[in-house]
Write a protein that binds this ligand. Structure first.
Ligand SMILES: Cc1cc2nc3c(=O)[nH]c(=O)nc-3n(C[C@H](O)[C@H](O)[C@H](O)COP(=O)(O)O)c2cc1C
Length: 199
């Protein structure tokens, strides 16, 4: 909550569209925790968006409708949780492509002429999950400067879920209480900071 007593609007999404994605599972956990903490949560699935590979020639014919839809959803949420898979020690092409489109100015629409409009001032919490021991931690270290460059506030607390193949139960919840607490701490810090910035 912020002083206006309105619930914080929290956007949660994963940088994977794989059906059995660990990061999608982690996003589900974070969204459930966000709701329990009183936030108004949107759990967004990038698989629901038809977004091509970024190409300025393609963009010159018009920004795709789903990019506009995504920009508006991002803009409407003051707090974000990104669940980032790790590919080759970094974040996924899907995540980068999504952020590149969402941060590209829309020349034909003065309302969206600032590329960073959907990003500025967002409080962003980073989570990651991987079958490896480091839990995708290196993807977060690349994502931090990207989000800062777009004028987001990156929460100091973050969590990387290692050995993710064994971490979830049949209800897509985390089996381990200590890991649940780590995720919860990130969610709560993001909601707290977002509420404070809105005061
Ligand atoms: C091209 C590629 C590179 C990968 N590199 C890493 C890596 O550097 N570190 C890591 O922990 N896992 C790596 N993985 C394994 C991913 O963590 C694993 O596929 C994971 O399930 C992806 O996230 P998701 O379950 O959310 O789709 C890689 C996978 C692919 C396909």
């Amino acid at each position: 909550m912020n002083k206006s007593t309105l619930p914080v609007k929290l956007l949660v999404f994963a940088g994977s569209t794989r059906k059995a994605s660990f990061n999608r599972q982690l996003a589900h956990v974070a969204a459930t925790m966000g709701r329990a903490a009183g936030a108004e949560v949107t759990l967004l699935d990038l698989a629901d968006f038809d977004i091509p590979m970024y190409n300025a020639d393609l963009e010159s014919h018009g920004t795709p409708a789903d990019v506009m839809k995504l920009k508006k959803i991002m803009f409407a949420h003051s707090a974000w949780i990104i669940c980032s898979p790790e590919y080759n020690g970094s974040y996924t092409a899907l995540l980068k492509n999504t952020i590149d489109w969402a941060s590209s100015p829309v020349k034909s629409d003065p309302e969206w002429s600032s590329g960073s409009k959907a990003f500025v001032g967002k409080v962003v919490g980073l989570l990651s999950a991987s079958p490896g021991a480091l839990g995708g931690l290196r993807s977060q270290s690349h994502l931090v400067p990207l989000m800062l460059n777009l004028q987001c506030w990156v929460a100091p607390k973050a969590f990387a879920l290692g050995r993710a193949g064994d971490a979830f139960d049949a209800q897509d919840d985390l089996k381990d209480e200590a890991q649940r607490k780590m995720v919860q701490a990130v969610v709560e810090q993001v909601l707290m900071a977002s509420g404070r910035l809105a005061d």
